[in-house]
Design a protein around this ligand. Structure first.
Ligand SMILES: [Zn+2]
Length: 141
């Protein structure tokens, strides 16, 4: 069963410069806030679907959207946690590991089907046939 869903997060990024608030019509202190939405599978494998940087008035909470690319260029690192931002990479890696394990397992099981030819080769070299048959019975269990 696949459990999937979506969510919203809000990250406080600290104080911003005081500016004229369009809603209060006064010079007010502002703070930067990031709002983002994400989708998840099993709550572990996430990716961000929408993000918006805002300057929020401390008095009336009126929000002014900021230019996302310019704002992120000024940040030292993304404020979104890694598992929310790139959890899908973990899912991709897990699928690759399971696929590689299945591929290796299928390759390993192929020589078992060639055992009768080994038994016939052993009997041609003078080995007793009963011993080869016993070997085959052990390998099948
Ligand atoms: Zn305001």
């Amino acid at each position: 069963m696949i459990i999937w869903g979506f969510g919203r997060e809000r990250v406080e990024l600290g104080p911003a410069q005081a500016r004229e608030c369009g809603h209060c019509a006064h010079r007010r202190p502002f703070r930067h806030v990031l709002r983002y939405r994400f989708v998840h599978i099993w709550y572990l494998f996430c990716w961000v679907t929408e993000k918006q940087y805002l300057a929020v008035c401390d008095i009336c909470h009126h929000a002014v959207p900021q230019d996302t690319q310019a704002f992120e260029a000024a940040l030292p690192r993304s404020p979104i946690p890694f598992y929310r931002r790139s959890g899908w990479v973990v899912l991709l890696g897990l699928v690759a590991v399971v696929g590689a394990a299945n591929y290796l397992r299928s390759r390993r099981s192929e020589p078992v089907e060639e055992l009768p030819s080994l038994a016939s080769a052993a009997s041609c070299q003078g080995e007793p046939v009963a011993m080869s048959a016993r070997y085959l019975s052990f390998s099948r269990t």
